[in-house]
Design a binder for this molecule. Structure first.
Ligand SMILES: C[S@@+](CC[C@H](N)C(=O)[O-])C[C@H]1O[C@@H](n2cnc3c(N)ncnc32)[C@H](O)[C@@H]1O
Length: 225
């Protein structure tokens, strides 16, 4: 039995029916959407770029990214089609939907990502691999590589277990709100684990660290060779 609530269609359906899709993806709607877009812009995202939002949920970032990017440049993927559909129907504006066809979204439990018309320049998975065992990140990196432009970067947020912390104990994350474990969601990882996940896929690992996440998640980048 998984502890990842997003894999449970009944829970997801109940929360959506209750109008709680924003809470289901972690709340902080008005904080974490702008925070992600500002971060990506700071990393060089421009309107002509293509962006793949992996584990995009109800489009907390998507609503803002679709407004910022040129038409047809945003792509999203999530394990839950109903979460994405709720975001598409309730959170995007009419103009946003006109700029972004529903075919730009693909639901998959194992990162069968949408096919962009050209390789994407940026990708992000915000608060996704904090809920998943590490093999998922390895699979995601392998699946994303063929859809990513050379030099493009994939930003992944994670909870860190620092070298001075015990991997097998509960770790209280920066900010003092979230407690993480190695085997239970939310998961923590060592930096070495994140580099390991590349396996044989064509990526270079670039640690970044603190990006001002309100619940203590760090961020790293994978650069497509
Ligand atoms: C905390 S929410 C974050 C959503 C979004 N990235 C954001 O910042 O608003 C985690 C998301 O990861 C998705 N997710 C969980 N397991 C997944 C998997 N195996 N593949 C793709 N998405 C997954 C969930 O459905 C959910 O939308």
């Amino acid at each position: 039995m998984s502890s990842n609530v997003y894999e449970d269609d009944t829970i997801v359906a109940t929360e959506i029916a209750g109008g709680r899709h924003r809470e289901l993806i972690g709340g902080l709607w008005d904080e974490m959407g702008p925070h992600q877009l500002a971060f990506l812009k700071g990393q060089g995202l421009q309107p002509h770029h293509r962006l793949m939002d992996i584990g995009c949920g109800a489009l907390r970032l998507g609503t803002l990214a679709v407004d910022y990017l040129d038409a047809g440049r945003y792509f999203g993927s999530d394990i839950s089609e109903s979460l994405m559909r709720t975001g598409y129907d309730l959170e995007l504006s009419d103009e946003g939907r006109a700029k972004t066809p529903w075919s730009h979204f693909r639901a998959s439990p194992d990162f069968d990502l949408p096919d962009p018309d050209s390789p994407v320049d940026f990708a992000i998975a915000q608060s996704v691999f904090t809920h998943l065992p590490l093999n998922h990140l390895r699979r995601c990196l392998a699946q994303l590589a063929p859809k990513m432009a050379s030099g493009g970067r994939f930003f992944v947020t994670y909870f860190e277990c620092r070298p001075d912390q015990d991997l097998f104990e509960t770790v209280l994350q920066p900010g003092g709100i979230v407690r993480t474990r190695d085997t239970i969601d939310p998961f923590h990882y060592r930096l070495d684990d994140l580099a390991w996940a590349i396996d044989r896929a064509p990526w270079d690992f670039e640690p970044i660290g603190d990006w001002g996440h309100l619940r203590g998640q760090m961020v790293c980048a994978y650069r497509r060779r």
